[in-house]
Design a protein around this ligand. Structure first.
Ligand code: SF4
Length: 362
């Protein structure tokens, strides 16, 4: 929910912004952490990590968009802008292995970067308990990052229903979408990871918030389907041996509907926090001083899985009361301001390929 200006909403622009899978996952892990990042807008993102992932996604898009594959044009001039040479080499090896091992398969009928726009709300469900789908106008910014500009209508052409943005719509982009794959629709996502232990097993993949929400798109577009195949294309960031492998799972409509019920619950909690988390009026570094009013994983006995995950939550010193929130916020603001800007991506480095099905255009 990066929140929008309070002026009168433009048609199809949600009053409460959008939620992404990563926001929902963060909120499920710890509502307070989500509030730090998205209500009080305290930035902690590692820009270089994003750059590496973008470069790999760009190469993957260019390969997969060509029916029959082929290496020509995969690494256009500037594709590795901002990457250290050893990382650019690693991405090349990743790509070679993904192709030779069949993890990336360019073929007819797949859609690259298919937009995900799901309406969130208890009245925004179909008879199976799955979310209603909307269509949207998308854009790509100078950094090559895609976004949803506004929603236009429901999938199928009906107008957006009354109350469609009482809760922020769920948005995203499916890396590779094969709606008419043999046996059942297929949803793929490219994942880079430092270590195999951070990657999902097949059992975990079948429970994954992001992938199950993407599966909801497949089931919405293919009401005849009862199953969806999920696939993570995993790229381990190891310069000596850049391993590539895939993990797959098959999920049922029922599993997707169950997950969606969880999404509704957490979305309602996020909205409540946003509406009621008391704001501080005063110096900008004091904006998160009411952090203790938002429930945190630490007090819920989930310190190990939430506060200590991924090398430690950046807000832990505040939650442990080792330092005042405004001191940490001021420091993180200073670091964000001093961070090197991410290098803009030229259109040739990352193109949008939308095939059939949609009118989504940049
Ligand atoms: S330290 Fe723990 S409780 Fe505090 S914001 Fe981070 S995850 Fe939440």
């Amino acid at each position: 929910m990066p929140f929008q200006a309070k002026s009168a909403p433009q048609t199809g622009v949600s009053r409460h912004g959008h939620v992404s899978a990563s926001q929902v996952k963060t909120a499920q892990m710890c509502l307070r952490k989500w509030a730090f990042e998205k209500v009080w807008m305290v930035r902690t993102i590692q820009q270089y990590h994003l750059l590496l992932g973008q470069a790999l996604h760009g190469v993957g898009e260019r390969y997969l968009a060509k029916v029959g594959g082929g290496w020509e044009g995969l690494f256009p001039r500037g594709w590795d802008a901002g990457l250290q040479p050893k990382d650019a080499k690693m991405v090349r090896t990743h790509a070679e292995r993904a192709v030779s091992q069949g993890v990336w398969q360019a073929r007819e009928g797949i859609i690259i970067e298919h937009p995900v726009t799901l309406l969130v709300g208890r009245r925004m469900l179909d008879h199976r308990g799955l979310p209603l789908l909307a269509r949207a106008v998308t854009y790509t910014n100078d950094l090559g990052i895609r976004g949803i500009l506004r929603l236009t209508h429901q999938e199928g052409g009906a107008p957006l229903p009354v109350g469609w943005d009482d809760l922020a719509p769920f948005i995203g982009f499916i890396d590779v979408f094969d709606l008419w794959a043999r046996e059942m629709p297929l949803v793929e996502d490219h994942k880079t990871s430092k270590n195999r232990r951070y990657t999902l097993t097949a059992e975990e993949l079948a429970l994954d918030t992001q992938m199950l929400c993407y599966a909801a798109v497949a089931l919405g577009l293919r009401p005849d389907a009862d199953f969806v195949r999920l696939k993570h294309n995993v790229f381990l960031k190891n310069h000596e041996d850049p391993e590539v492998f895939e993990t797959t799972a098959v999920v049922t409509t029922q599993r997707v509907a169950q997950k969606w019920e969880e999404i509704l619950t957490i979305s309602e909690r996020m909205r409540t926090v946003y509406d009621h988390a008391p704001k501080i009026v005063g110096p900008v570094e004091h904006r998160a001083d009411n952090w203790h009013r938002v429930p945190g994983a630490m007090e819920e006995g989930r310190e190990e899985e939430a506060c200590n995950a991924y090398g430690k939550c950046p807000f832990k010193d505040v939650c442990k009361r080792r330092c005042p929130a405004h001191t940490l916020v001021a420091e993180l603001d200073r670091r964000a301001a001093a961070a090197k800007p991410v290098i803009p991506i030229a259109p040739v480095q990352r193109k949008t390929f939308h095939f059939n099905l949609t009118n989504h255009r940049n």
